[in-house]
Design a protein. Structure first.
Length: 275
């Protein structure tokens, strides 16, 4: 298996498809690099090199008990980019991965980075508060952790419904989409599942976003029931200088996995890469 050893000995699994300018995909919670297979093929077919890794404690990477914070995730990403000597990189991040991307730039700068895509990302802050009334109440994160600890297999099945806005009229989500979500969720460590809720729920990324000095595309569905667009995507696009915001009408949190929105995202991504 292709793996990258981090500075603390964790093995990070990754896929590496195609040749050309690198595009590195950073997955969300509770997924792994398999969530990006359609996008990996799309960019590889278009003449780029697509790379997607499994975050520590997710998928095929080392199932560690600790290190589930964004400084560590960002340093893991830096280890991967350095180990593969990737330059002129476009970073594409979904959901929690958007925090990893933002913190990477906050800690390591943009010396290796050409551009960035934030897809349904948690940036700049998920937690509701006086300065973020559009955010998610802390009680929701507490309920998520309780659900995982009570019976995580059923929890992932239930969560798939809101992840894909499955009850929306005209939704094209399939049972296969929901099964894939469950499978990836079950491949995450239970400690990672719970610890990541605290990480993505409460970590602010405002200062990280202010350090973006590269072309940035923000894509978000306006029916995202996991990461509300008004607390995240719209605000991130205002913070990042020159960022472009694309709103997918009726788009769910998992829009890049669902027929219709998936193809639209591929075209928007390839158009952005060609600039």
């Amino acid at each position: 298996m292709p793996v990258c050893a981090t500075r603390d000995g964790v093995e990070i699994f990754y896929k590496d498809w195609g040749r050309g300018r690198p595009v590195v995909f950073i997955h969300g919670w509770p997924l792994n690099g398999d969530a990006w297979q359609d996008q990996l093929k799309a960019v590889a077919d278009a003449g780029y090199r697509g790379i997607a890794h499994d975050r520590r404690g997710h998928g095929r990477s080392t199932p560690v008990y600790d290190g589930y914070d964004f400084d560590t995730f960002a340093d893991d990403l830096d280890d991967l980019l350095t180990r593969l000597d990737l330059r002129d990189v476009t970073l594409v991040a979904h959901s929690m991965g958007g925090g990893e991307l933002a913190r990477y730039i906050g800690r390591h700068g943009t010396g290796r980075v050409r551009s960035a895509v934030l897809l349904s990302a948690i940036t700049p802050l998920m937690l509701q508060g006086p300065d973020n009334p559009e955010g998610v109440p802390r009680s929701v994160f507490d309920d998520i952790k309780a659900g995982i600890l009570k019976e995580r297999s059923q929890f992932w099945k239930d969560t798939a419904e809101s992840f894909f806005s499955a009850d929306r009229p005209g939704s094209k989500v399939t049972q296969g989409n929901k099964d894939a979500f469950w499978h990836m969720g079950m491949a995450q460590t239970i400690e990672g599942a719970v610890a990541c809720v605290d990480a993505f729920g409460t970590t602010p990324f405002h200062e990280d976003l202010k350090k973006f000095d590269i072309p940035t595309l923000v894509v978000h569905g306006d029916d995202d029931r996991i990461v509300p667009i008004d607390a995240t995507g719209r605000k991130a696009a205002r913070i990042v200088s020159g960022a472009e915001l694309k709103v997918y009408e009726g788009g769910s949190h998992g829009l890049a996995m669902v027929d219709g929105d998936k193809q639209r995202f591929h075209q928007d991504l390839l158009d952005f890469l060609s600039r």
